[in-house]
Design a protein around this ligand. Structure first.
Ligand SMILES: [Zn+2]
Length: 80
């Protein structure tokens, strides 16, 4: 089993557009995080946990091109 952390940031990612806090202005790579998502690869099956606007970039970055199932852990309202 392989667990790939596609993103470990907040629902907006980090840095937040227009935010001037210390974290968002930081040059530390640990403060540059995409929206939370995990890809689990096990016995030829790929399960994605959560998927957001960073999905395309996250998958290309990891060289991943398959998803068999998606588990959404929380509701996304239409106006979000
Ligand atoms: Zn900030």
């Amino acid at each position: 089993m392989e667990v790939i952390f596609l993103g470990t940031g907040t629902s907006q990612g980090t840095p937040i557009l227009g935010c001037n806090c210390e974290v968002c202005k930081s040059n530390d790579l640990h403060d540059k995080r995409l929206r939370s998502s995990v890809l689990i690869h096990n016995d030829g099956t790929d399960i994605l946990i959560d998927c957001g606007p960073d999905f395309r970039y996250q998958m290309i970055r990891e060289g991943a091109n398959n998803v068999d199932a998606i588990l959404f852990t929380h509701f996304m309202p239409n106006n979000a």
